[in-house]
Design a protein around this ligand. Structure first.
Ligand code: FRU
Length: 551
């Protein structure tokens, strides 16, 4: 039996001990990426929250640092953000290095206990600062910098520098909406406006917002020029109320004039050319009605899987890079994950680079892609390339999908830490094809592209992926992401591409260059060692490009 300690990911950050949830205070300074996180070091459970700290220079190796912020009974350190105060607007600087300033939610556990759960007024916004680049911190004596106006869930400040107006802007979750505030010095905050009541998904409490501007991509795959159209993106996590139940992150694209955020009328609705599903000619397992409903969700989701929550961006990133990290879990089952037996719980997604595209079918779409540091870390001498065509001899199988090609045999590539890009051309408009990531214990993660159905959903089924017993909510429902085939090459041929970012206990699937992303935790008994490809149509051409991440 594969002991739980081997569930430790290779290059996704996880704390050595204890519990971790949201990423906090992400920032970049002096060639170092800083990641703070919701942390309870004493047990793998959500306890009095600290801010843990880790750093990386390359997004692949993370070094755990001493704990940054400690709680006391009347102040649990909930989520928040960090800015680099280059001009010392806060006045905390000592003239040597710019102060690094954290705005976080102080959650008063004593008050909460006295009046039940998260009572009104338990959450205020507080400030801490560091004069050594983020290692050691002092709490500001004038806390709170933003008192509670009588709102139950009032938390997770994200602060950004509004260069156009030369001031700081804070976006804060206030139960079922977000509030915007501005400040000249990070210590005094003035209310600007609110957004979101009655707009977007509201199946749960709004949490961990983020606000940032982006230039719109002009040519697919190329960085936008400096004069490209500028749009603002607002991210809002909510729990519960995600498309698959539990936690998820939605986004809005629009404009921010320094005071108000106004969403575009049309953005990122899944392409859905016609309503009803056309029954596929030959599919072993048609997507369920539930999956089709999920695919038609009217909201814009950052990730169509279940395991990417509270995603926020790095502040002060070089070259205006927009890079984010999410907590790779879901409140539906986060507390029950089997790694707890080894004393730790929680891991982050890989950092993701954002692209904002304006598409003919869906309007503005926020795409994400593994950053250069990860996809570019391939050792060219170890790169594996394969290509082939699946040809059936004789009649097609009547039921079930036959495993037709083993693309990567066991041992050739270490699938516990690999990036695999597969391009598929399929010569008939109906049917489906499927990838299986499997091990020798008969466990498998199924990724099926039903490209004969409107919306052409990709369905990811982890019912047989490994240990699913720890929570009824883990294996169901299937994750489903609608995609647009990249190329409609004539009437009977379409092309799509898949990038699988694999680590021991997770599979992040980037579809069509990041048009959609599906993040899934998996807990197989032994690592997946094979990737199988199969199709239910006679002519299907695949090309694979794979390598393991060098650590
Ligand atoms: C989101 C969240 C935040 C809160 C933190 C507490 O997962 O609920 O809203 O600040 O976790 O750990």
């Amino acid at each position: 039996i594969f002991p739980p300690m081997n569930y430790r990911p290779n290059y996704h950050f996880s704390p050595s001990d204890g519990w971790m949830n949201d990423p906090n205070g992400l920032f970049y300074l002096d060639r170092v990426w800083h990641l703070y996180f919701q942390y309870y070091p004493h047990a793998p459970e959500h306890g009095p929250m600290h801010w843990g700290h880790a750093t990386s220079r390359d997004f692949l190796h993370w070094e755990e640092q001493p704990i940054a912020l400690f709680p006391d009974a009347s102040r649990y350190i909930f989520s928040g953000s960090v800015v680099v105060d280059h001009d010392n607007t806060s006045g905390f600087g000592d003239g040597t290095r710019p102060p690094v300033v954290a705005l976080y939610t102080a959650h008063d556990a004593l008050k909460a206990k006295a009046s039940g759960a998260t009572a009104l007024g338990t959450e205020t916004q507080a400030l801490a600062y560091s004069l050594d680049g983020g290692t050691t911190w002092a709490h500001y004596e004038g806390n709170p910098v933003l008192p509670n106006p009588g709102i139950r869930d009032f938390r997770d400040p994200k602060v950004i520098w509004d260069a156009e107006r030369g001031r700081w802007v804070m976006v804060l979750a206030a139960q079922d909406r977000v509030h915007f505030y501005s400040s000249a010095n990070l210590r005094e905050w003035a209310f600007l406006s609110e957004f979101g009541a009655g707009l977007g998904a509201h199946g749960g409490v709004w949490e961990c917002p983020d606000l940032f501007s982006m230039r719109v991509e002009q040519v697919h795959g190329e960085p936008p020029p400096p004069d490209a159209e500028l749009k603002w993106v607002l991210l809002v996590s909510l729990n519960p109320g995600g498309p698959l139940g539990g936690s998820a992150t939605q986004y809005f694209v629009g404009d921010f004039d320094g005071t108000h955020f106004r969403p575009e009328k049309k953005f990122s609705r899944p392409a859905n050319r016609s309503g009803e599903a056309v029954p596929p000619v030959f599919v072993s397992r048609a997507p369920s009605r539930q999956a089709l409903d999920i695919m038609r969700s009217p909201y814009a989701w950052l990730d169509w899987g279940r395991d990417n929550y509270a995603s926020v961006l790095f502040n002060n990133a070089p070259d205006e890079r927009r890079v984010m990290i999410g907590w790779m879990s879901n409140w539906d089952y986060a507390k029950k994950l089997p790694t707890a037996a080894a004393g730790w719980l929680g891991q982050m997604t890989i950092p993701r680079q954002l692209i904002l595209a304006n598409t003919a079918v869906s309007g503005y779409v926020l795409k994400c892609h593994p950053p250069e540091e990860i996809v570019g870390s391939f050792d060219p001498t170890r790169r594996i390339k394969r290509a082939g065509t699946l040809n059936f001899d004789g009649p097609l199988p009547k039921a079930g999908i036959a495993p037709i090609a083993t693309l990567i045999e066991s041992g050739q590539l270490d699938l516990t830490k690999a990036v695999i890009t597969v391009k598929v051309r399929q010569m008939t408009p109906l049917g489906c094809y499927m990838f299986l990531l499997c091990n020798e214990d008969g466990e498998q993660l199924e990724i099926t592209h039903h490209n004969g159905i409107p919306g052409t959903p990709v369905v990811i089924n982890r019912k047989d992926s490994g240990d699913c017993e720890f929570s009824k909510k883990f294996a169901q429902p299937d994750a489903v992401a609608p995609i647009t085939p990249i190329k409609e090459v004539g009437l009977h041929c379409s092309e799509a591409n898949f990038m699988f970012v694999l680590d021991r206990t997770s599979v992040e699937v980037f579809l069509n260059g990041g048009e959609r992303v599906v993040t899934s935790l998996v807990f197989p008994k032994s690592p997946y060692t094979m990737l199988l490809y199969s199709a239910d149509v006679p002519d299907s051409t695949y090309a694979i490009d794979a390598n393991e991440i060098s650590l």
